[in-house]
Write a protein that binds this ligand. Structure first.
Ligand code: NOJ
Ligand code: NOJ
Length: 586
């Protein structure tokens, strides 16, 4: 078991409060390099030495490696009183990487200490003043798009590893994410396939082409490498060899996501007349030796079995997994027809049709929720609410043009508003008076790294509202129902008190535009949240500390950047799932 999983298991044993509360938490190695500079002001403290409670401290006088979880200890040479030490607090400066993040050192037991060790804790606010100085969110978004693109690319085929491998994050320890996760890689390469498709500059296009070809080859190699769970194997070593440690396996969203990315690429190739390469990706044979068809055969034959969820913790039937399986089958059927494989196309469509009622089963009318997992038969036992941001990820990533479970579905809206409310109350971060919006986690009961909001979840909620606005605009009307009433009442626009179930608001109704604007504003508040806690250089780690917002866990998470690229869709070029101009099927 991985260290982080052991930590989570420990948290489970001790209960959420004791295991990860405040400064008892381990400082993840992935924290940004940073330090606190200490300028001794008073003579009594001239010779103080700093110590972090964490081991392996480089003893550089006056400077300590810093994290919000560090316990700083000051050991004065002689008797000190409260005053001079308090003055030192004024002199606290943080390194530029942290911006103005560390606000003050709070003496813990200062008055009772006479001589000896004085423990301090750092009062930390993860918000970066720098990020908010420029009030223009749009400017920040376009800048962040460039950061996301370049940092995402760095994790694709990094030097010294197999070509086509995509690291989930450069973090090698606590957590170790230096692996090719089939899910993360597939979502990433789906973005690259879109970049390839849209690129007009020849040199850049060739770079994306090479990335895609390497990824296809690497993926085919994964499929033929013996692993503990076969095609549903969740992750591989970066040199392409099997990862055989204990893990939640199989994870059946993986082959579906891999297929979706490569199908997108194959269709782009076909539109350019490159049938030769497309046929290497899909060979229309059985048994097949091509990467896409291998995954489609697996998805169509194995979707009925239970597998581990996208968070790798619970085995069952998951809304997320099934939505992506369905999308893989339907877009796969389209490709199969193009490749003159009509029998297969029929079969994939037939299995997709069987999946549909299975997906519908996740709607729980009583709870007003699309429940992520049904038929659980292994894994964590404390996920009780059924709420899971993976459901909203599924709405965006699993959207197919037939409009099944699209963003305007009242079951989806009901799920979103309840989750937003729950996460709002859950994290101290969201209670801050100046919180721009709500930071969202994976699911409320989460204990991994103490249970924090995640960048991908928060981005996804932001994009969700923007997507809903787009879909309503295209559809031309909004229907208020008993299920979605609370969602619309939660938005900020004049006249919302007049809403009642049964009301149909068409685009001539004076409420229509204010509602669309309110949806967009709500979406942008999530982006503001990510902006506030992003590192000043735009880099993004997996999680935001639930109290301070400080970036924690895996740094430069590849998936973060992908989810960010989805964010900037509204009103500008969108890298993923470009918003349809025509209404979808209502
Ligand atoms: C690692 C998994 O990737 C993560 O999703 C999970 O929460 C932890 N292990 C704890 O089980
Ligand atoms: C843990 C997340 O729960 C999982 O979804 C992801 O695939 C891995 N980390 C790698 O990023």
């Amino acid at each position: 078991m991985r260290r982080e999983c052991l930590l989570a298991a420990l948290a489970l044993a001790l209960g959420p409060l004791s295991a990860f509360s405040g400064e008892e938490r381990l400082a993840p190695e992935s924290l940004n390099p940073a330090s606190v500079e200490f300028t001794p002001l008073s003579p009594a403290l001239q010779d103080v030495s700093f110590q972090e409670t964490l081991p392996s401290l480089p003893e550089e006088k006056g400077t300590v490696p810093f994290s919000p979880f560090s316990k700083l200890t000051i050991t004065p040479v002689s008797r000190v009183s409260a005053l001079p030490v308090a003055q030192e607090i004024v002199a606290l400066k943080t390194s530029p990487e942290l911006g103005n993040a560390a606000r003050s050192l709070i003496p813990k037991r200062l008055l009772s200490e006479k001589k000896g060790t004085v423990p301090f804790s750092v009062n930390f606010d993860g918000a970066h003043a720098d990020n908010s100085q420029d009030s223009d969110l749009d400017a920040w978004i376009s800048q962040e798009e460039r950061v996301a693109l370049s940092r995402m690319s760095k994790n694709i085929s990094p030097p010294g590893e197999a070509k086509g491998a995509v690291a989930a994050s450069p973090s090698r320890e606590n957590p170790d994410y230096w692996y090719h996760w089939v899910r993360d890689a597939g979502l990433t390469m789906n973005a690259v396939a879109t970049l390839y498709q849209n690129e007009t500059n020849h040199a850049k296009k060739r770079v994306y082409l090479k990335m895609m070809k390497d990824y296809a080859r690497f993926s085919r190699n994964n499929q033929t490498t013996p692993t503990l769970s076969g095609l549903g194997e969740p992750k591989f070593n970066m040199d392409g060899t099997a990862f055989n440690g204990a893990w939640g396996r199989p994870q059946d969203d993986g082959p579906a996501i891999r297929a979706i990315a490569l199908i997108r690429f194959a269709k782009a190739l076909i539109s350019e007349g490159n049938w030769k390469l497309a046929r290497q990706l899909y060979d229309a044979k059985l048994p097949t030796s091509s990467v896409i068809k291998t995954d489609l055969e697996y998805v169509s034959h194995f979707w009925k079995q239970t597998s581990y969820d996208l968070w790798e913790e619970v085995r069952g039937h998951h809304f997320y997994t099934q939505m992506l399986q369905r999308k893989a089958l339907l877009s796969g059927a389209e490709l199969a027809r193009m490749m003159n494989d009509p029998g297969a196309a029929d079969f994939y469509e037939q299995e997709a049709a069987l999946l549909k009622p299975e997906i519908e089963r996740h709607w729980d009318e009583e709870k007003g929720l699309i429940v992520q997992t049904l038929d659980q038969d292994a894994g964590l036992n404390y996920k009780k609410s059924g709420m899971d941001a993976g459901v909203i990820l599924a709405i965006l990533q699993g959207a197919f043009k037939d409009g099944f479970f699209q963003a305007t579905d009242d079951r989806v809206l009901s799920t979103v508003v309840q989750m937003a409310e729950t996460f709002k109350n859950l994290y101290p971060l969201n209670q801050k008076a100046d919180a721009p919006g709500i930071a969202i986690g994976r699911y409320p009961e989460d204990r991994y790294f103490g249970g924090n909001p995640w960048v991908i979840s928060t981005n996804t909620f932001g994009q969700f509202y923007l997507r809903a606005a787009q879909d309503y605009a295209a559809q031309g009307f909004i229907e208020i129902t008993a299920r979605n009433l609370a969602f619309f009442k939660g938005l900020n626009f004049p006249g919302k008190d007049n809403l009642r179930p049964g009301l149909k608001i068409d685009n001539l109704n004076p409420l229509f535009d204010p509602i669309l604007n309110a949806l967009r504003e709500e979406g942008r508040r999530y982006l503001e949240t990510v902006r506030r806690y992003a590192n000043p250089d735009g880099s993004l780690s997996e999680q935001m500390d639930r109290e301070t917002g400080m970036m924690i866990s895996a740094r430069d998470l590849t998936w973060n950047y992908v989810s960010f690229l989805r964010e900037a869709c509204e009103g500008r070029s969108c890298l993923l799932n470009p918003f349809p101009k025509k209404p979808k099927n209502p």
